[in-house]
Design a protein around this ligand. Structure first.
Ligand code: UD2
Ligand code: MN
Length: 336
């Protein structure tokens, strides 16, 4: 009822005040962005009072109100309830798009690949053409997983490094090269994913966009000053204390092939320059990715539904967990 009042109040009012920050209203399962509503300052006050009551009314609303369904630069943030799969599929299915999906499975991480692929076949972009590109040092150990029609798997050989940080770091460069040599001829979109993950629910075409980032599941409640950006000015991943919007996860990014080509190319260049100066960013390529997204704003953000972690207690605000990082025994799987 309160939610309804809130919406009615908004609908009837004229404006002189434009709310600029991400703000949403929720009524039952429907979520609406408020960034397009113009409000007088008087009504803004009233709404603020309702907001306080309303945000105590529902835990889910609290997280949504905190993060919104659009960013301050008007990029959508994808949550359950903000999209209609039938409409989305109506747009993308007739285009017969192919989505490249890169996954690194080097050293012992190859053991994660079977569950990753099997769960992806159940939940990831079901009904779409998918080319999986598996970067591995042991193509012979890629598990045989039955793929649905229109989906295929390629293996690309990469060396085994003796530091896990190096494997993670090198991904930008290998992806950039693979786009140049193969992927750009074979797909129109790309997602670059970690392998230590399992899909549990629908993860579909609503995630497609020009440049797509995911909100990191460990920092969605953190304030900007506690985001783990690289803070040493000597690194090209350096982020000033006054900059930064969200802290994004390195385990999921994607978009149009050309956009991701630019992203991986820039990160690769910066990583090479840093290496020349003998400095490794605090969270390796994830730090460079976060730097990139400050100056090249993602056109779409995926909520934590799209990257959660088995190590986190599921919060009631999350209606659905679509992809989750599995618990790993770091000492057993990492080379160092
Ligand atoms: C949830 C999330 O955002 N995770 C990020 C985080 O830690 P993570 O703890 O998730 O990093 P991680 O150990 O999963 O390594 C990242 C990825 O590199 C590959 N790999 C790594 C080690 C190895 O021996 N073999 C291998 O194949 C594999 O695809 C793995 O998923 O920080 C990393 C950078 O330091 C990456 O940015 C990860 O994406
Ligand atoms: Mn990972």
């Amino acid at each position: 009822m309160l939610n309804l009042l809130f919406i009615v109040l908004l609908m009837g009012k004229q404006s002189s005040f434009l709310i600029q920050f991400p703000f949403v209203v929720q009524y039952k399962d429907k979520i609406m962005p408020l960034t397009i509503c113009n409000l007088s300052s008087h009504n803004f006050m009233l709404i603020s009072i309702f907001y306080i009551i309303f945000s105590q009314h529902s835990e889910r609303s609290k997280v949504l109100l905190q993060h919104g369904v659009v960013t301050s630069w008007l990029a959508p943030i994808v949550w359950e309830g903000t999209f209609d799969s039938a409409v989305i599929d109506g747009i993308y299915k007739p285009l017969n798009v192919t989505i490249a999906t890169t996954v690194f499975a080097v050293g012992k991480y190859i053991t994660y690949l079977k569950d990753f692929l099997e769960s992806a076949e159940k939940h990831y972009m079901v009904g779409y053409n998918i080319n999986y590109y598996i970067f591995t040092d042991q193509p012979e150990n890629i598990p045989a997983v039955t793929l649905a029609a229109g989906r295929s798997l390629w293996s690309l050989r990469v060396p085994a490094f003796n530091r896990w940080q190096e494997i993670s770091l090198q991904r930008m460069s290998f992806i950039r090269k693979a786009i140049e040599e193969q992927i750009r001829k074979e797909a129109s979109f790309i997602f670059c994913l970690d392998v230590d993950m399992r899909f549990d629910n629908h993860w579909g075409a609503e995630a497609l966009g020009n440049l797509v980032a995911v909100i990191h599941p460990w920092f969605y409640q953190a304030s900007r000053d506690s985001f783990p950006y690289e803070r040493r000015p000597e690194s090209l991943a350096y982020v000033h204390a006054d900059e930064g919007d969200f802290y994004y996860g390195g385990a999921v990014f994607g978009g149009l092939i050309d956009e991701v080509y630019k992203l991986t190319g820039t990160c690769e260049e910066h990583l090479v320059i840093d290496k020349g100066k003998d400095i490794e960013a605090v969270w390796q390529e994830e730090s460079h990715l976060n730097w990139y997204f400050i100056y090249n704003k993602p056109t779409k953000l995926l909520s934590m539904e799209y990257l959660w972690s088995d190590e986190k207690v599921k919060i009631t605000e999350l209606k659905v967990v679509r992809l989750s990082t599995i618990k790993k025994n770091l000492a057993a799987v990492r080379p160092n």
